[in-house]
Design a protein. Structure first.
Length: 414
């Protein structure tokens, strides 16, 4: 018959396999596409409500003609390259340097793989009164002020986005005549050489969630402002998390900390539905493995101690040694992530919480076989690892070394 350990593992595996959520997580890229052609527009392209715009050739460059950019002079819809109505989608385009306003979203919109080669005033202006706009992939360079200007209400989700040489990746309007509570999420993105990653108005209840986002040479990750509706310049009122507007710090980046301000080595914790589903998979797997290993070990140890085969001091000593092994394993995992990013220059999307769950499972897999092996040796009244040979033939010494190696190997593959 099947053992209880096998049944628990089978049930947990079935639950995890039945989880319907499949989440594709991509790292932001700093490689801008090469446009096959350029289209210079006399007026903005309007994308109707619920419609999708795909260029004739993917990543065609669109702009408004030479001299269209007049620096930080405030423009309007007439100066935009694209105007998106509510529910519209813009895919796979490059917006050139000869433009003033980039994209205007009059309602919730979706931008997929939209790239700005040189931002003039703002790359994207969000005017929705409610709902959620999404910016998926793409990137922007040279925004002396803002990349995403959020003038309306609702939420903006920026994911897999690359930003370089910018003033602010996201800014909740600080002095619009009509003010709203605004929310922003920055996920799996990459920001290089900027002033503020996000700027929000705390007096209007704005919130910012930033996860798995790499920053380098960015002065302030989250800048808080006191906004107004009078048109006056908003004032700064601090930066960093407060548990309300900016969540909680969680250290995720470990690379080149000496080159970054302390704040830039951290990101904010926010849990979206998709990431909760991912975490649920890991939790179910961890619980399944943990229950099976724990139930087996507890019953076995109880029997050994109750029958006086083992002393409690023996158990304490073994647990201490295994704790050191697990601690070393955790350090090795963390250092490996840091070295991978530092020397390979890759942007990983490893989440510390996920790393801890993986460590938890590996630790159980490390402890259980070693403990099981020790139990068997005790039951057979044999030492767990043969004592070093001080005398005898070379073959005896080789046999003992081989035995020790087998124990270690069994610990890691068991």
């Amino acid at each position: 018959m099947f053992s209880a350990k096998f049944i628990i593992l089978a049930i947990s595996a079935a639950i995890v396999a039945a989880e319907p959520v499949q989440v594709e997580r991509r790292a932001a890229s700093n490689v801008f596409p090469s446009p096959p052609t350029t289209s210079s527009l006399s007026s903005a392209i309007k994308v109707g409500a619920g419609q999708t715009f795909n260029p004739p050739k993917a990543f065609t460059r669109y702009e408004r003609g030479s001299g269209a950019c007049s620096g930080q002079t405030e423009g309007g819809e007439a100066d935009a390259v694209f105007i998106l109505e509510s529910g519209a989608t813009l895919n796979n385009v490059v917006i050139g340097k000869n433009q003033a306003e980039g994209v205007h979203c009059k309602g919730p919109c979706t931008l997929n793989n939209v790239w700005w080669e040189d931002v003039c005033e703002d790359a994207v202006t969000i005017k929705q009164t409610s709902g959620t706009s999404r910016i998926n992939g793409g990137g922007a360079k040279g925004a002396s002020d803002k990349i995403v200007q959020h003038n309306g209400g609702g939420k903006v989700i920026i994911s897999n986005f690359y930003a370089e040489n910018f003033g602010k990746l996201y800014r909740s309007c600080g002095n619009c005549k009509t003010q709203y509570k605004r929310d922003v999420e920055v996920l799996d993105s990459w920001a290089v050489k900027g002033s503020n990653l996000v700027g929000i108005n705390t007096n209007y209840g704005d919130t910012a969630i930033i996860r798995r986002t790499k920053v380098s040479s960015v002065s302030t990750v989250c800048q808080k402002f006191t906004g107004n509706n009078s048109g006056a310049e908003p004032t700064k009122n601090g930066s960093g998390p407060d548990g309300k507007s900016l969540g909680r710090w969680r250290c995720v980046k470990m690379v080149a900390l000496a080159d970054l301000p302390v704040e830039n080595a951290r990101v904010l914790q926010g849990v979206s539905w998709a990431t909760r589903a991912e975490r649920l998979n890991l939790i179910l797997l961890g619980v399944g493995v943990g229950m099976s290993q724990a139930s087996f070990l507890v019953m076995t140890l109880y029997k050994l101690i109750s029958e006086k085969i083992w002393k409690k001091s023996d158990l304490a000593g073994l647990m201490f040694r295994e704790g050191i092994c697990m601690f070393i394993l955790l350090l090795v995992m963390l250092v490996s992530v840091a070295l991978y990013e530092e020397f390979r220059g890759k942007h990983t999307t490893i989440d510390v919480s996920e790393l801890i769950f993986v460590f938890y499972i590996l630790a159980l897999s490390l402890v259980a076989p070693r403990l099981t092996l020790h139990i068997r040796k005790v039951a057979m009244k044999e030492p767990m690892i043969p004592a070093p040979v001080t005398r005898g033939s070379r073959s005896e010494q080789t046999r003992n070394i081989t035995t020790f190696g087998s124990v270690c190997l069994t610990s890691f593959i068991g």
